[in-house]
Write a protein that binds this ligand. Structure first.
Ligand code: KG4
Ligand code: ZN
Length: 340
């Protein structure tokens, strides 16, 4: 018998955020995220340091999530955790904790695909946020992924386009690094871009067929552009930071929108949702919103706190899996790469 309400404790530890959330059915009661500032000085996530920080954070984060939700451990129906994709050492902290806690409480565990969660985050019940209807297209853009997914139902998802090299988040972060900005640079590029002219500098789009993406060429293009300009003016970056960021963000938006338009044309599906850390980007959010009036799409942009890595999105997948009895055995293994 399915309990009502279902209380899910969700744990996300795939990269450099330790996160826990408690959901009552499809409503979020608490959503706690502890970031890891340690990586800033290294210009990227250091896997070994990430797993150590998860070890330190996981107990206080879960404790805080339960307290904030005003839920006791004994009320929990199941524990959902990120099974992959992600950094192996980081994933293991979350999955081992989920397994032990669930064993102690005699409740089931539910392994969740992180990218699936970025998509199903749209099904969290939130005032002022509509849920998409099936089928819809999802553009998942994060530090590790860039995909266009045809979402046929909660558990039937088909990747119809993806990056052949770097993820779009990497394009933001690596461009930021070239400009001397700390990691993760994406939010900073966004911040400066809002003050700059997106047409100040012209970058070219890669020629990649169908619905696939490529971002590594763009990164090289930006590197040469900056090196050449610094030769002429040592203060080029400082004097033009806003315009450079706006122009980089502009070409990235053009690349994403071109492929999304093609996906809508090919599938005939006009409901479009975005998800993943890069969907926090203000320029991308505006471009997606504008396509409602311009192209007649119905678009779905997640609440800001559900864009970058969080456990509420793991919890909503856990809830829908719970409803369909999709539990995992204690022998379930984490995996750096897993299919939907
Ligand atoms: O989904 P996420 O939190 O972690 C992964 O699953 O990778 O995504 C992190 C990525 C980073 O590359 C970060 O720079 C980017 O999302 N990001 C942004 C913005 N906020 C986060 N990129 C551009 N503009 C933003 N506002
Ligand atoms: Zn993510």
């Amino acid at each position: 018998m399915i309990p009502n309400p279902i209380y899910i404790l969700a744990i996300e530890s795939s990269c450099d955020d330790t996160a826990a959330a408690v959901l009552e059915n499809n409503t979020v009661l608490s959503n706690v995220v502890a970031g890891q500032a340690i990586h800033e000085q290294y210009g990227g996530v250091v896997p070994e340091l990430a797993s150590r920080a998860h070890q330190q954070n996981i107990v206080p984060v879960i404790d805080a999530a339960l307290k904030k939700a005003n839920i006791t451990k004994s009320q929990l129906s199941a524990i959902a955790f990120t099974q992959g994709p992600g950094l192996m050492g980081s994933l293991l902290v979350g999955s081992s904790f989920a397994k032990s806690m669930a064993q102690a409480l005699h409740i089931p565990i539910i392994g969740v695909n992180h990218m699936h969660a970025h998509i199903l985050a749209h099904f969290i019940d939130e005032e002022g946020f509509d849920k998409p209807e099936f089928p819809f297209l999802a553009l998942t853009i994060s530090g590790g992924h860039t995909q266009i997914v045809k979402v046929i139902s909660f558990f039937d998802l088909e990747i119809i386009g993806e990056t052949t090299d770097d993820a779009v988040g990497e394009a933001f972060d690596k461009s930021a690094k070239i400009l001397g900005l700390p990691y993760p640079g994406g939010p900073l590029v966004d911040k400066y871009a809002q003050l700059g002219n997106p047409k100040a500098y012209k970058f070219t789009k890669p020629r990649i067929p169908n619905l696939d993406f490529s971002f590594s060429g763009l990164k090289t293009q930006i590197l040469y552009f900056i090196q050449n300009n610094i030769k002429l003016n040592a203060n080029f970056i400082e004097e033009n930071r806003n315009d450079i960021c706006a122009s980089i963000q502009n070409i990235i938006i053009e690349i994403l929108m071109e492929k999304l338009k093609l996906a809508v044309k090919q599938t005939g599906i006009t409901q479009v949702a975005i998800g993943g850390g890069v969907s926090a980007n203000s320029g991308i959010r505006n471009a997606i919103k504008e396509s409602e009036a311009k192209l007649g799409w119905k678009t779905f942009i997640p609440k800001f706190e559900y864009t970058t890595d969080n456990a509420a999105m793991i919890g909503i997948v856990g809830y829908h899996k719970f409803l369909e009895n999709k539990f995992n055995d204690i022998s379930v293994v984490s995996s750096a790469r897993i299919p939907f």
